[in-house]
Design a protein around this ligand. Structure first.
Ligand SMILES: Nc1nc2c(ncn2[C@@H]2O[C@H](COP(=O)(O)OP(=O)(O)OP(=O)(O)O)[C@@H](O)[C@H]2O)c(=O)[nH]1
Ligand SMILES: [Mg+2]
Length: 300
């Protein structure tokens, strides 16, 4: 066995290619939120995997977006671009058989000379494996990738191979985090993210992009040293206009109830204990275009 390696791996790509799903499968725990809608990730999340000879510090980046132009999206694009600089290796995630202008744009933003491994995602959706070969050949011409690895986060396919290739490109050095540590984010962060995921899953096509979540309070009533107590969480869903309120709340409050109950169940699973979740819907006019408000909501 060679020397221990440790380094950061940024996961980049256009929206919806399966970056967050890949992170979750690689670390074996759902820490990044996932939805069928593009531009789900808004905050970089770190997922740490420690094996016998390597510690991988994965950083899930927001998909580089071209769809909405506002202050929020400029902040997300900044994170997406900067994230590919401050790392040892970039995993460039591209959907199998779907390489286009948006992917090319992301690739062009990764600094020249940066080590890039292409992960061709969602190969479980490719019916005819023969189609994959010409696709991989074409992809190879786009950049001098250190490797191209077809993967499926859903089926766990080829993840070992991806990890093996990545380790080769990480520097030798001691682990940066304790072996058991999974992430650098705390429970408060995950509580807000889980609620935001439910907005992406249960609201219509446009509204999730008009919503954000912040936590008002988070009280862990567990006895010291034990993780099984009640967590009391109060959260706010921010919307841009008063007219959006009835849509989020739904007739008789039914939709908001579904949203909070789905979020509460996921929080209980992740935290391993009971959760009381109170959710309010409040208006912060045009928050997606207001730099000061965005900073309050945790955007850089
Ligand atoms: N069939 C299949 N679907 C996948 C796979 N990985 C991700 N998906 C789906 O692709 C969609 C997007 O997944 P995400 O992981 O949220 O993608 P993302 O790249 O993080 O998206 P953004 O954060 O919006 O940039 C979801 O509906 C996932 O369930 C896979 O391996 N196979
Ligand atoms: Mg994501």
């Amino acid at each position: 066995m060679g020397a221990f390696r440790c380094g950061t791996v940024a996961i980049a790509g256009r929206p919806n290619t399966g970056k967050s799903s890949l992170l979750n499968s690689l670390v074996g725990q759902k820490i990044a939120i996932v939805s069928p809608k593009a531009q789900t990730t808004r905050h970089t999340v770190t997922g740490i995997l420690t094996t016998a000879d390597c510690q991988y510090v994965f950083v899930d980046l927001p998909g580089y977006q071209t769809r909405h132009v506002n202050v929020l999206n400029r902040a997300l694009n900044r994170q997406a671009t900067e994230g590919t600089r401050d790392c040892d290796v970039v995993v460039f995630v591209v959907e199998a058989l779907r390489y286009g202008a948006a992917d090319r744009e992301v690739l062009a933003r990764i600094p020249a000379g940066q080590c890039v491994v292409a992960a061709v995602s969602k190969i479980d959706l490719v019916k005819d494996r023969l189609e994959l070969l010409p696709f991989l050949e074409r992809l190879q011409k786009e950049r001098a990738f250190a490797a191209i690895v077809p993967v499926s986060a859903h089926k766990g396919r080829n993840l070992d191979e991806l990890l093996r290739v990545l380790a080769e490109h990480l520097p030798e050095g001691p682990a940066a985090y304790p072996a058991g540590q999974l992430t650098d984010r705390d429970e408060r962060f995950f509580a807000a993210e889980i609620l935001r995921e439910k907005l992406f899953l249960l609201l219509g096509e446009e509204l999730p992009y008009r919503c954000d979540v912040s936590l008002e309070s988070f009280k862990d009533e567990a006895p010291k040293g034990k993780g099984k107590g009640l967590r009391r969480i109060e959260a706010t869903i921010w919307i841009e206009r008063e007219s959006q309120k009835p849509i989020v709340i739904g007739a008789g409050g039914e939709l908001l109830k579904r949203i909070s109950s789905a979020a509460r169940k996921d929080m209980e699973r992740l935290f391993g204990g009971k959760v009381y979740l109170g959710v309010w819907v409040k208006v912060k006019r045009d928050w997606t275009g207001d730099e000061r408000l965005l900073r309050q909501l945790g955007y850089r």
